[in-house]
Design a protein around this ligand. Structure first.
Ligand SMILES: [Zn+2]
Length: 253
């Protein structure tokens, strides 16, 4: 886990799977108890788990001795916790001493454990601004707060993509398969005479499309290895209102 959490109101922290009360998640610290928790309740927030002590009623199945021992342990642990309604939860990035995200630390974190990501070279060796590169890293790892992710966390989310209002919003949809996005990519790439590279109907995964685009320009000058991230930069510089809108939509997604 790259993130440790300091709980405030508990509304943005998962009770069982985030690290907020021990040095590991409750899922890992109390495996017997966790295995007794109803599946639908395993993604509960700390706030929801505390509400009416619902974490207790979520315990299902046989109360074996290990489950009871862990239950008592958790009861004791929670007796020391007081949620603070006015304070947001704080998530701390553990790969820097400041606790703040940095591109460098995220890059280094790629090599912790067995993390392996094929197109990392496209991201980190490109000459796009670091902000763009980190954004693409979050896209590639499906870590953007699009509707599907918000839904998984039980948070408010738009029922359909706000751009096309046709299908559910995912990061891949926003980046390549939304009809609005495909038009934007076409317009962007056309200004470089590269419209042939624009995503097509069958392109549904951003990273796959991106890797394919880079393969198609392979052998050309080295800078083109960073084609897509650099477009974010070049077109952001061009002052095109369309691009600014697009970047805003994507970056805030
Ligand atoms: Zn759409």
């Amino acid at each position: 886990m790259a993130v440790e959490t300091v709980v405030g109101n508990g509304k943005n922290t998962r009770f069982w799977t985030d690290r907020w009360i021990l040095s590991q998640s409750l899922e890992h610290a109390l495996p017997h108890l966790f295995s007794s928790i109803a599946t639908r309740a395993r993604k509960k927030t700390v706030f929801d788990a505390f509400t009416s002590r619902s974490w207790i009623s979520d315990i299902k199945g046989a109360l074996t001795v290990p489950v009871l021992v862990e239950y008592l342990h958790l009861w004791e642990l929670l007796s020391t916790v007081v949620l603070q309604p006015e304070v947001e939860d704080t998530h701390i990035w553990k790969f820097t001493t400041s606790g703040m995200y940095s591109t460098k630390s995220a890059y280094e974190a790629l090599f912790v454990g067995s993390t392996h990501f094929n197109p990392w070279e496209l991201i980190w060796k490109s000459w796009a601004p670091r902000k763009c590169k980190f954004f693409l890293w979050t896209v590639a790892h499906n870590r953007c707060w699009t509707a599907d992710r918000l839904a998984r966390r039980g948070l408010t989310h738009p029922p359909k993509c706000p751009l096309c209002d046709q299908v559910g919003e995912t990061i891949d949809h926003l980046m390549v398969s939304c009809v609005f996005t495909r038009q934007i990519w076409y317009t962007i790439l056309q200004s470089f005479g590269l419209q042939i590279l624009a995503p097509q109907m069958e392109d549904s995964i951003f990273v796959d499309w991106w890797v394919a685009v880079n393969n198609r320009v392979a052998g050309q000058q080295e800078k083109k290895r960073g084609l897509i991230p650099s477009l974010f930069w070049e077109l952001g510089q061009s002052g095109s209102i369309v691009i600014i809108v697009f970047l805003t939509v994507v970056l805030l997604a």
